[in-house]
Ligand binder design. Sequence first.
Ligand code: ADP
Ligand code: MG
Length: 257
Amino acid sequence: MIKLKNVNVIYPTGTHAMKDVSLDINEGDFLVIVGKSGAGKSTLLRTLNGLVKTSSGSINIFDKEVTTSSKRELREIRSKTGMIFQTFNLVTRTTVFNNVLTGRLGEMSTLRGFFGLWSDEDKKIAMDALKEVEIEEKAWTRASKLSGGQQQRVGIARALTQKPKLVLADEPVASLDPVTSRKVMDYIKKINVELGITTIVNLHFLDLAKDYAERIIGMYDGKIVYDGMVDDITDADFEKIYGGQLTEEDYNETRTN
Ligand code: ADP
Ligand code: MG
């Protein structure tokens, strides 16, 4: 469903953030990308829906080539791709329900969207999404009143209302405590398993990745240094992902979650 071939990203600043990355992702996969801060995880996710321009290589997604897509094609790719963010990105002064409804914007005309003219079907899809993450009783609560974990569940519901074929989650639990992190990861895994939505999650911590992923991609300095099943990962792979000279403190830090 997604195929990257020799993708390079060089930012205008000169930073070479993706180096010759090749990757195949199948429909229904639950893929976790791990790596230190600055490894290129976010850049990789953003190239998939054209938010970051590639310098060379090709990215095929939903049978379309992202790197040469027209604006209209990019819009279509983005409307099928739900995003979940580290900082939730909710409009906190409005209700949970309104936040989730914005996931329908890609499906309606600009004018209808501007005036918030949601159809009954939009409303049903939004409510179903809230039920999927078991937070429908908060539908009429202002988003600002929710805890971080609840806000992220709303973030998941908003992504679901897009009826996405693909969900991209960029460090979705990095702002949450360990217990809440697991709850939120459980919901992300649930939408993959129950709804069959292909899901790619960036995570800083390997331990959390190990509990949820089947296949793990390890990135270091813009390169893929590991691509394999969770259970096959060795200490040597771990060192490749987190950089050769780890102190014991660094090592523990990547394993505390
Ligand atoms: P990660 O998500 O693994 O922390 P990023 O993809 O954010 O890594 O960053 C990879 C590298 O690209 C880093 O060196 C970062 O500083 C750089 N970078 C990220 N975004 C930009 C940008 N918009 N402009 C210039 N450099 C960037
Ligand atoms: Mg990042």
